[in-house]
Design a protein around this ligand. Structure first.
Ligand code: AMP
Length: 326
């Protein structure tokens, strides 16, 4: 699929001496894995090129994948190829300078948010951008090398964004590409150990949250984590945000939401679902993402209550039309 666009991306990588990679703010495993992984593929395949990662924030959760290295200067942007990965809209790019290069490529799997890039390679049905990078490598094997470190970064992103190969976007292709990475010699046991471990305090915090889960009339599960609660437990925003997974197996709760207060009092919303789509709801609250995994922001408790009520209405209608789904 999209053979021509994949070839044109490699043509551009060959053409430019300086390549700068960016991804979305508040990065997850896919954003980090795809940028680090593609950087390593380019470095191994074209040793003469200067490859930078330029992003304003980082993720503790996948920090084991390694550092981004030195940042490019403003001058480095002149005549640079910039590739933005895993980022639907320009407002979410973790780099203010992403449009200062000579040529811009977008590689993404989100439902189209805004269009940008001289080349945009978008496959919304892919389970992760890391899967796309693995595919980019396979379809251009004659021009690219896949070092083990790249394979590990890409595998970690595939695992995390597909929910350990469980979510809707996971296909036979996903598994074939994962198999290719395993054959490249990755340390699977080490990757799963890193992804699966958490601090004792974070675990205790998550345990305390279970009693705070609320259900709406039609089964939307939700949790709210105030700044005060988070600070009392000395938990980072990132650790607090992981609590969304606590609700994923509640029978009948096909939609679940976490509200995490930010330091500026705005509230980050994480929306998750099975069978029913939550992305349109996220779009109505300054967000977007995927059909069953989206993010949004609300700015008051009233707006939060309104979002919960809308989610409840969506679930009510969905259950009427699809009785029997658990
Ligand atoms: P999160 O709950 O932050 O992990 O987000 C779930 C998915 O939605 C990820 O793929 C994010 O990249 C995406 N997403 C989160 N927030 C937004 C937003 N404000 N606009 C568009 N997509 C978002």
């Amino acid at each position: 699929m999209n053979e021509a666009v994949k070839k044109s991306i490699i043509d551009k990588i060959e053409e430019y001496d300086t390549i700068i990679l960016s991804r979305h703010k508040r990065p997850d495993g896919d954003a980090v894995g795809s940028t680090l992984g593609l950087a390593e593929i380019i470095r191994a395949s074209f040793p003469g090129k200067r490859v930078f990662l330029d992003n304003s924030d980082r993720s503790e959760y996948v920090s084991f994948l390694g550092d981004e290295g030195p940042k490019p200067t403003d001058d480095d942007y002149n005549n640079a190829l910039v590739i933005v990965l895993d980022t639907g809209g320009t407002s979410r790019v973790a780099n203010d300078r992403f449009d200062k290069g000579a040529y811009l490529i977008k590689i993404d799997h989100h439902i189209i948010d805004d269009e940008y890039g001289d080349i945009a390679w978008i496959e919304e049905e892919r389970s992760s951008v890391c899967e796309m990078i693995a595919d980019l490598y396979v379809t251009n094997r004659d021009r690219l090398k896949m070092p083990v470190r790249a394979a590990e970064c890409i595998y970690a992103g595939m695992v995390t964004d597909s929910g350990r190969f469980r979510f809707r976007g996971t296909t036979g292709d996903t598994m074939r590409l994962a198999a290719m990475l395993i054959d490249a010699g990755i340390d699977m046991e080490g990757i799963y150990a890193q992804l699966g471990s958490e601090e004792y305090e974070a675990l205790r915090f998550r345990a305390s949250l279970i009693t705070k889960i609320k259900l709406t009339e039609n089964g939307v599960a939700y949790l709210r984590i105030s700044n005060a609660l988070r600070k009392r437990h000395k938990i980072s925003q990132e650790e607090a945000s992981n609590s969304v997974s606590l609700m994923e197996h509640i029978k009948g709760s096909l939609i679940w939401l976490t509200f995490i207060e930010n330091d500026d009092k705005s509230i980050r919303v994480r929306l998750r679902s099975r069978f029913v789509e939550v992305q349109p709801l996220a779009c109505r609250y300054h967000g977007g993402g995927h059909a069953c995994a989206s993010g949004a922001t609300v700015y008051s408790r009233d707006e939060e209550a309104q979002l919960i009520a809308e989610a409840d209405g969506i679930l009510k209608e969905f259950k009427k039309e699809h009785p029997g789904l658990i």
